[in-house]
Ligand binder design. Structure first.
Ligand code: APR
Length: 322
């Protein structure tokens, strides 16, 4: 089987290391690179992941490298097709993603500058929180075109929504289609009008199957899905579903799939919203975002999306000074 291309994950904590191993296990890349500022940590994880190859059955080479914030070691990311940014602190119980803004902005800004220097042609997938603001900051600090800087949030929030509906109905997740748009935070916009359930071969709107209050309870749980995990873990935040989401985006980009996914992308007039990074549906391929895809929303959903856009715009301006 032909393996090609190179995917890099910056930050080898829980999120980064699980993303790297998922990418390696796809067995489509020639090389997966994992970096972190913790001395020896990435090298150790890479050795461990490579040692799993004969058991799991993949031949992608995993390369681990300790880097410094001033760019030391960054030559390892040269010629990456896709770079995932997971560097940054996770939440603790009781914290909102926004509480991470200041400290993670410093980390992400430096990482973005190093990516621009060492992998100037890469597509960048950002996952550090607060997501929408860190995505904007990465685009500004890298100077990359908006289409080449994308945030991961909607895939994860949508997956949580799908799982909660499937669990409630006792159906496989494959029978459920859901969608969330908007921010990866308080102004997340679950989109019940786009949700369907396939039962007995028939595709039916979710609203025919669950009552408005049942849907509302699930929507509230989706909004707090990350916090629910943080409260249980007590230290650190979710990483299995998040890394699955980030890896799926990287795969779509690297394979030029043209798949439409809910992601954090730059808006250029869709839904009457412009010049802000926001959770929308976008077609992904080699060049990053090929197109933001609009759908018909209810008046409430549209109002929610526009409110989310303004909330993100204000916070992004705080962090970027623009
Ligand atoms: N360059 C590279 N790695 C860095 C840097 C940097 N400048 N600064 C910190 N790191 C690394 C840390 O050393 C650590 O290994 O980032 C890693 C973060 O890992 P965890 O603390 O395990 O956090 P994780 O759960 O992986 O979350 C990472 O994703 O979901 C978001 O909110 C979450 O912002 C957080 C990020």
């Amino acid at each position: 089987m032909a393996r090609s291309g190179k995917a890099t994950v910056i930050g080898a904590g829980f999120y980064g290391s699980t993303t790297a191993v998922r990418l390696a296990e796809y067995d489509i890349f020639a090389e997966v690179v994992l970096t972190d500022i913790r001395d020896g940590w990435s090298e150790g994880l890479a050795l461990d992941m490579n040692s799993s190859r004969p058991i799991v059955g993949f031949e992608t080479t995993v390369v681990g490298k300790t880097t410094t914030t001033d760019g030391g070691g960054y030559e390892v990311i040269a010629d990456s097709d896709v770079v995932v940014v997971t560097a940054g602190l996770p939440r603790k119980p009781g914290m909102s993603r926004m509480d991470l803004l200041e400290v993670n902005a410093g980390i992400v800004r430096g990482v973005a500058e190093n990516i621009a220097t060492f992998a100037p042609d890469a597509v960048v997938v950002v996952v550090s929180n607060p997501l929408d603001e860190m995505t904007r900051l990465t685009q500004l600090a890298s100077g990359f075109p908006h289409s080449r800087v994308i945030g991961q949030a909607g895939m994860l929030d949508t997956a949580r929504f799908t799982f909660f509906v499937a669990e409630k109905l006792g159906l496989p997740t494959s029978a459920i289609t859901t969608l969330t748009l908007g921010s990866h935070g308080d102004t997340m916009v679950p989109v019940p009008s786009a949700c369907t359930v396939t039962d007995g071969g028939r595709v039916r709107p979710l609203a025919e199957i669950l009552t408005p209050s049942e849907i509302d309870r699930i929507v509230q749980r989706v909004r707090g899905g990350g916090a629910e995990v943080v409260a249980l873990l007590k230290t650190g935040s979710a990483y299995y579903a998040p890394s699955a989401a980030a890896a799926a985006m990287v795969k779509a980009i690297a394979t030029d799939s043209g798949d439409i996914m809910p992601v954090c992308a730059w808006t250029t007039g869709q839904y009457g919203i412009s010049d802000v990074y926001l959770g929308v549906e976008a077609r992904l391929g080699k060049s990053g975002v090929q197109e933001v895809v609009e759908r018909t929303l209810t008046a409430d959903e549209l109002a929610g999306l526009r409110a989310a856009a303004e909330a993100v715009r204000t916070k992004s301006a705080d962090v970027t000074g623009l």
